[in-house]
Write a protein that binds this ligand. Structure first.
Ligand SMILES: [Zn+2]
Ligand SMILES: [Zn+2]
Ligand SMILES: [Zn+2]
Length: 283
């Protein structure tokens, strides 16, 4: 299984769209791995995770063919993970020689409803018929081609919303826990992790939300480094994370007050990889 991080920033990106704080100015000056676009990842050549406003930039930066993807998982409806307006340019007059006309989209009902509200009116019936929706429910596994995916409820948005984290397995026994955006996990998610570790052993990769960086007072719905390390240690004790598991921190905000190299210095001794835009991993 291949996984590539296309965007590793929180909603506002780094440097943030409308910000001149010291961190943003320094990140902009240094460039390179300090520049973080909005959150998106790709597994192999067929599965996209999230569709932020920077998806078009990712197509340009990484030479992607966005029509080649068959499956799209959407974690939740926050703008940095789902920017439905872009789909008004998918299909028909706007898109020629597509590799796959159909795209299977897996998301919560409220994410689907946002899509309908925001751009349903711009998409005619023919183009709409090529978007095949699968509504997810917590802990109910679904199949997307060669992938088995279990959506896990994230501690992220207010009550009534259904942000999801994903447990993704392929047919070769590789597995990924993609845990963005998320605060510390609920008891029922820990129980899921415990059972999954018992039945399937350690995962190949765990990607943990570390949005708040060195900020100790975590906002609700995200984690800082200290909480993310605590989550990793508990996963180790449960056998979710083993000696071969790649452990990644991802989804960073300028409010975390960390440049890339500073995060690497903090995380490396704890065997944690700091994600950056374009980082490709072979699992
Ligand atoms: Zn986010
Ligand atoms: Zn800033
Ligand atoms: Zn969010």
């Amino acid at each position: 299984m291949k996984l590539r991080y296309l965007g590793t920033g929180a909603a506002e990106g780094i440097p943030a769209v409308f910000c001149n704080c010291a961190l943003c100015r320094e990140a902009q000056r240094l460039g390179g791995k300090n520049i973080r676009t909005r959150s998106q990842a790709v597994i192999n050549d067929d599965l996209l995770i999230d569709f932020p406003p920077d998806s078009y930039l990712h197509k340009l930066s990484y030479g992607l063919d966005l029509t080649a993807f068959r499956y799209l998982l959407v974690t939740h409806k926050h703008m940095d993970h789902f920017f439905p307006q872009e789909f008004s340019c998918r299909g028909g007059y706007f898109s020629h020689d597509m590799v796959h006309e159909d795209l299977e989209i897996f998301c919560a009902m409220e994410t689907r409803e946002l899509f309908d509200r925001v751009c349903g009116w711009e998409i005619n019936e023919e183009r709409s018929s090529h978007l095949i929706w699968h509504i997810l429910h917590p802990f109910e596994a679904v199949t997307a081609g060669p992938y088995r995916i279990t959506p896990l409820p994230a501690s992220h948005m207010h009550e009534g919303n259904e942000p999801f984290m994903f447990h993704i397995r392929d047919e070769e026994g590789k597995s990924v826990l993609y845990l963005h955006d998320s605060g510390y996990y609920s008891d029922e998610v820990w129980e899921y992790f415990r059972r999954a570790a018992e039945e399937e052993g350690p995962v190949s990769l765990v990607s943990i939300d570390a949005t708040d960086g060195r900020t100790e007072t975590c906002r609700s719905g995200h984690m800082g480094f200290s909480e993310a390390f605590r989550a990793k240690e508990k996963m180790e004790s449960l056998g979710v994370v083993g000696s071969q598991t790649v452990c990644v921190f991802n989804h960073f905000s300028h409010n975390g007050q960390y440049l890339h190299d500073e995060m690497v210095r903090t995380a490396e001794p704890c065997h944690v990889v700091i994600a950056y835009d374009g980082m490709a991993l072979e699992l």
